[in-house]
Design a protein around this ligand. Sequence first.
Ligand code: PEP
Ligand code: MG
Length: 961
Amino acid sequence: MAAVKRIYSFGGGKAEGNRDMKDLLGGKGAGVAEMSNIGLLVPPGFTITTDVCVAFYKGGKKLPKDVLPGVEAALRKVEALTGKGFGSADDPLLVSVRSGARVSMPGMMDTVLNLGLNDRTVVGLAKRSQNERFAWDSYRRFCAMFGDVVLGMKPERKEDRDPFEVILERKKRAHGAKLDAELPVSALKELVVEFKAEVKRRKGIDFPDDPMQQLVAGIEAVFRSWDNERAIAYRRLNAIPAEWGTAVTVQAMVFGNMGEDSGTGVAFTRNPADGRNEFYGEFLVNAQGEDVVAGIRTPQKISELAARFPEIARQLEDARAKLERHYRDMQDIEFTIERGRLYLLQTRSGKRTGLAAVRIAVEMADARLISREEAVLRVDPAALNHLLRPIFDDAARLRAVDEGRLLARGLPAGPGAAAGRVVFFAEDAEAWKARGEQVVLARHETSPEDIRGMNAAQGFLTAFGGMTSHAALVARQMGKVAIVGCEALSFDYHARTMTVATARGPKVLREGDWISIDGTAGEVIEGSLATTPSEVMQVLIEKTREPSSAPVYQQFAKLLGWADRARRLKVRANADQPDQATVSVAFGAQGIGLCRTEHMFFGEGKIGPMREMIVAETLAERRAALAKLLPLQREDFAGIFRAMGGRPVTIRTIDPPLHEFLPQDPDGITELARATGKSEVHVRARIDELHEANPMLGHRGCRLGISYPEITEMQARAIFEAACEVAAEGLEVQPEVMIPLVGAKKELEHQAARVRAVAEAVFAERGARVRYTVGTMIEVPRGAVCAGPIAEVADFFSFGTNDLTQTTFGISRDDVGTVLQSYLENGIYEVDPFVTIDREGVGELMRLAVERGRRTKPNLKIGICGEHGGDPSSVEFCHQLGLDYVSCSPYRLPIARLAAAQAALREQAAAHPVKPARPAKANGRGGEKARATNRALAVPGVKPAKEPRKKRTRARPQARA
Ligand code: PEP
Ligand code: MG
C-alpha cells in the first residue's frame, strides 16, 4: 500500500497541492500552492498536512518520527530552488514556519520567522545581503519570536510587557533611540546576547543553535498552538471542530526589511468594511509582515504605494485582478517586496463585515463574475445582522460634537454604533459583561489572547494598528463595532486610565466611564449616545426613508430576493402582537408560525385578568376572569389577522409555565387580592398551592386545557370571533389552532374536540364560516414517538424544539446556564443545543416524528417554531428533514430566508455535482445552480453543509455558540 503523502511542496511555478486541498493543507498551504500554480511569484516551501497534526496529538505532542525524512527531503527542494543552504554559513536559507487551518483563524495560532539563524549563519546572511544591520536585526527578531512562541517566554503578569520588549525598550533608551531602526548594529548584537541570557535565566536552557533542531521545535510549537487557549476560544465561538487540526507551512523567507527598497503589506481586493470595489490595504517600508498584522506600527495606505514603488504597484494591481478572476471572490493577500521584487505570501478569501459581504456578493453577481446562487451562498446568514444594527442618532451626535465630546477619530474597522463603559483588560470585559454591564474594550492594541473579552464587549477601540490589524480582522469576523489605529489614545494600564489627546488638551477617561464608538465613521465620543435604526430598518420598519435613496437596503433586498427564489422552506414568524406581525411581514414572513397566547397578556393592564384566571378556585371564578380575557384576545387576534393579510396564523392555546405568571412581589399580590376581592393571605395561600417543584414539567400546555377546558374554549371563541370579524371586512384569514405539549393522541382529541365545537358554535352564531385547521406541537419525546397516531387527529405538526431539547436532554431550559458552561468547557457539547438543533438526539426524534406523521398523513404540514428556527444550521437540518416551514423571531427572518436558500442550493449541488465553471450567463437560471453551489461550498465563511457537519453529528451533540 502506498504511504500516505504528508508533505506537499510548492514553488518554482508549480505545486503538489492546490486550492481544493484546504482540509489537508490548511487555507494557507492551499493558497500558496494555488498561487504557484497560476504563475504568481511565491517563495518556495512545503506544507505538512493536518493529518500530521492529528498524529502529533495522538502521539503525545511529538512530531511523528517518520515525518522527519520527508521534511528533510522537502527542505532540499527549497534549497535547490533558492540556491541557498539550510544552516549554511555562506549563504543560509532561512524559513518561516506558519500555521494554517482549513478556515482562517486570524492570529490565533503561532508563527516563527527567520528560522535557521545562529551565530554562524548570521555572518553568512550579513555577507550575502551586504547588510550587516539587516542580518542582526533579523537575528534579534528571531530570538524574540522563537523565545516567545517555541520556548514560552511570556510576561509574568498581565500588566507587564513582553520580556523581550522590555529589554529592547531599555536598549533604545540607552542609545537615545526612538525607533528600533535607530539602534546601531552593535546594539542589535548585544540584544541577541541579552535575549539568549534572558532565556537561560528564566527557562534554564540554552537557546538552540542547530537549525534542524530549531525547525523541529518550530513545527511542534505551531502544532501545539492549535490547542492554545485563544485558539480553543476562537474555535468555540466559530464552531470549528477540535479534530480538524492545523497544517504547518514552511517557506523560504523573503525580506521586507532589507532596506528602503523593501517592504511588506497586506491588502484586500475590495474594501472589507463596506464592500466598495477598490484595492484596499496597507504597507510598511523596510519591515517584516508581522509588523503590519500585529498592528505595532501604523502603516501607509496601499494607494500611496505607486508613489514609492510604481512598478510594484502595477504588478500588485495585476495580481489583484488575476486573483479575483481566478478565485471569483474578494481576496485577502499578503505580500513582501524584497529589493524591488514582489512576492506573494498568502491569499485567502477575505474576512468582511456583513455590509461588505452583501455588497460584494451582489456586485459580483451583477458583474457576472459569479452567479446569483453563488452570491446567495457567499453571505453568512448571521452577518445580515450587521445591516439591521442601529447607528448613532444624527442629532445626538451633532449635540455631542457641539458640546466638545467628540474626542478622537480612528480607522472605522467594524461598522455600527456601540456605547458602553470603558474597560482596559479582556478579562474585565468578560467579568463586567457577566454582571450585566455593557462595556467597550479599549487597548493599545489587541492580541489573540483578548478574544473572549472582545466577544464580551459591545465594541472595541485600539490606539495602534491598521485596517488589517488583529482587532480589525476579529471585529469583522465577530460582527463587532470597532475603531482601530486611534492614535490620540494613550494608556496607563496600572492606573486603569486612558488619555485622549484632544484639540482642547488631554482628556483622561477612567475605567467605567461611558464612551460611544462609531465604527462606521471612526469616531470616539464621550458619554453614551442615543442610537437610531439602520438604513434597512429605516426603509422596512420605520418607513422614514425611500428605498431609492438607500443603497444598502437595495443590495439587501436584491440578495434576499435571489434567496427567496432558491429556497424551498417557507419562513414564518413567532409573533404575539399586531405590531410584531407588521414587522414580520416587512421582513418577509409568509405566515405566523407561533402566536404564544399567554404572551399577549404580558402587556400593560393585561396581566391582571390572566392572574385572576390562574388563581381562580371555582369554575365560576374562572369563567369571570375568562370573560375579561376574551375581548382582549379577540382584539389582538383580529389585529394580527389584518396585519398578516390572509397569510396563515398559527395560534397556540395557552401554555403558561405558572411560575412565569404569578406575582411574587407584595405589590402584585396586593393588586391581585384587590382584583379578586380576596384577602392577601388567601391569595398568597393559593399561590403556594399552585407552586410546582418543576414548573416546566408541570401544569402547562394541553394539561391546563384538559383540567380547565373552559380556558381552551374561551381562546377558541376569541380566535373564531376575530376570524369571522376580519373575514366580514372582506379580508382573507387562515387560523391554525395549535395545541401544545401533546404526548398522546387522546390529549389532542380532547382539546381538538373543544376547539372544533366552539368553531361550529361561533360560525352558527355569525352565519358565516372560515377555513381553519387544528394541529399540535411536537415538543415532548412521547409526542415524537407517537406521531403516527397523533397525526390521525392533527392537521399539522410544529416542532417546539425548546421543550423538545429540554425534555430530550433532561436539562431544564431555565437552569441550563451552569451545566452548559461546564459542558462546553469540557468539550462534552461543542455548542449549545438550545441554540442549534442536536441532530443526533433531538434531530432523530424529529426525523421519527416526520416519518411516522407522514406515514399516517402523507401531506401533513410540518414546521418548527422553537428558537432553532432562526439558527442557520438548524434551518439547514429542517430543510433536510423535509419540513414545510421554519418560524423564528421577526428580526431573524432575513437570516432564516438566506439559510433556507443556502440549504436548498447545497442540496442541489450535492445531488448534481458538476465541475465548477465560470458562469456563461449569471442570470440565476438554467443548470447554473449546481455549478455555482459546488464552488461556493468551498468558500470559507459559508459553512460547508455536508462533510464537517455530518462528522460532528455522529461524534457528539450538534450545537453552535
Ligand atoms: C418550544 O417549546 O419550542 C416552543 C416554541 O414553545 P415555548 O418556547 O413557548 O415553550
Ligand atoms: Mg414549548
